[in-house]
Unconditional design. Structure first.
Length: 172
């Protein structure tokens, strides 16, 4: 196993305990020292640290986005762009384009991967914020979607009645 000496603490540690760098592939400080140094910089001047972070995000928008895509959905930026092209450049449901730098939401099958993170195999489509929220509120339940569609296509006539007559669709 390859080892390296940390410039900060002087200990010789396995390469796996160091961050990566561009120069030789291994950073000069072990993770523990690197993290302690970053915390010290943050606590010394939080305002400056926030400004630096915001500037970095502005200058590297795709890098930040691609990291998030991979972390949450195991999706590369190339695959995201390919899906977006296949969907005609917009939301799969309503066709709204990716406007003003607002990225479309990645929809995945929550039956496969409950929660916010996905295995990458269950990524279904790219949706705009409105369609993604609507799908979430309907809880991916086909019965709810069918009932909503029935109500929208043939609105019930209330005619002074109190309440709605719900179509007889088995709930299941």
């Amino acid at each position: 196993m390859e080892e390296k000496m940390c410039r900060t603490c002087g200990l010789i540690k396995p390469v796996a305990e160091f961050h990566r760098s561009r120069r030789d592939g291994v950073g000069p400080h072990c993770r523990k020292c690197h993290n302690a140094r970053n915390r010290a910089v943050w606590h010394a001047d939080p305002h400056r640290a926030r400004q630096y972070g915001a500037k970095w995000k502005r200058e590297n928008p795709n890098r930040n986005w691609s990291s998030r895509l991979w972390y949450l959905y195991r999706l590369t930026l190339d695959r995201y762009e390919e899906m977006l092209t296949r969907q005609g450049g917009g939301c799969l449901i309503c066709g709204t384009p990716d406007e003003r730098g607002n990225k479309l939401s990645v929809h995945h099958d929550h039956r496969c991967c409950p929660g916010k993170r996905s295995c990458g195999e269950c990524v279904v489509a790219l949706l705009c914020g409105d369609c993604n929220r609507a799908e979430g509120l309907l809880r991916s339940d086909p019965v709810r979607v069918e009932r909503l569609l029935g109500m929208l296509l043939a609105p019930p006539q209330l005619g002074g009645q109190v309440g709605l007559e719900v179509p007889n669709i088995p709930v299941g």
